[in-house]
Design a binder for this molecule. Sequence first.
Ligand code: RIB
Length: 324
Amino acid sequence: MIAVIGSTNLDTVMRVGHLTEAGETSSAKGIKQYLGGKGANQAIGVAKLNSECCFFTSIGNDWAGRFLSKKLSEFNINLYVRSSNDLSGQAFIEVSDEGLNKIIIYSGANGDLYENFIFENSEVIEKAGIILLQGEIPWDTNLYILEKYKKSHCVILDPAPANVEMLAGMGEATYITPNETEFSILTGRQYDSLDQMIAAANSFQKRLGAKLILKLGENGCAYFSDSESFLVSPVRNLKVVDTTGAGDSFNSAFAVALERGESIKNSIKYAVLASGISTMREGTSSAMPTNDEVLAFQKELGENQPELIELEEAGKYLEHLRKQ
Ligand code: RIB
């Protein structure tokens, strides 16, 4: 069983030509509301891939909360919901024609997910083999979970949204999975090139101790651990519609494959395929693929599967990317 502990948000998604710049007023071409939040997305991702999932979250006692609870109950997930007096969490999302996004979240009820709720539900969490965490609940709660379960469970922490406060304690996770923006925030600097970022990620992992999966969007991802490091190429020529939630889809699929006993390499490839599918659909939880869809996509790709590139070969691979 996989335990997901995290946020639930009402996502208000606006389609825009380009992402709004500072000082600019722009018009949305369309607007839709979905069940979202990194926690809910990851729980739904796990359930759609046929793994048993329990989800611990906090939802407000408002109209949005009623909508979110109803939507969540449509999936095969064991729900443990704390009812909060605050408003339900919300996310205001812009998605551009290229499928890129910009997100503002109002944490609301998610900010009430305290360690006592985890303590009260310890018996269930203890039965899980893998725990998925993200950055949309109080960091102290994540720290409590990391401390409590670091020896007994595989804990996959998505430091999203990232904050330097996370540096104290995130090394206790088994895996951390930032994207490029989050990695820049965590390391306190911008990178001029992918080569630079990959070199920095390699030393960051050595300092941190936790295994690191750096999500590189259209450039795939990179894995670093004490014993091995490699890059995984993306799926080429995807018809990207919306990248929102692709990171959540990646984490769910990675956890599901690990739970099935797959190797790290195969688990990452499975996650690249699942998140690739999610970028070709609108929304977040609604975009998460089923296991049959991932397998069908893998078959359809034939020889164009995500490829594994050893870190020593990374220079050549990055050169190849630059020429594309
Ligand atoms: O990762 C995507 C999610 O980020 C959205 O569903 C939104 O709610 C924000 O939490």
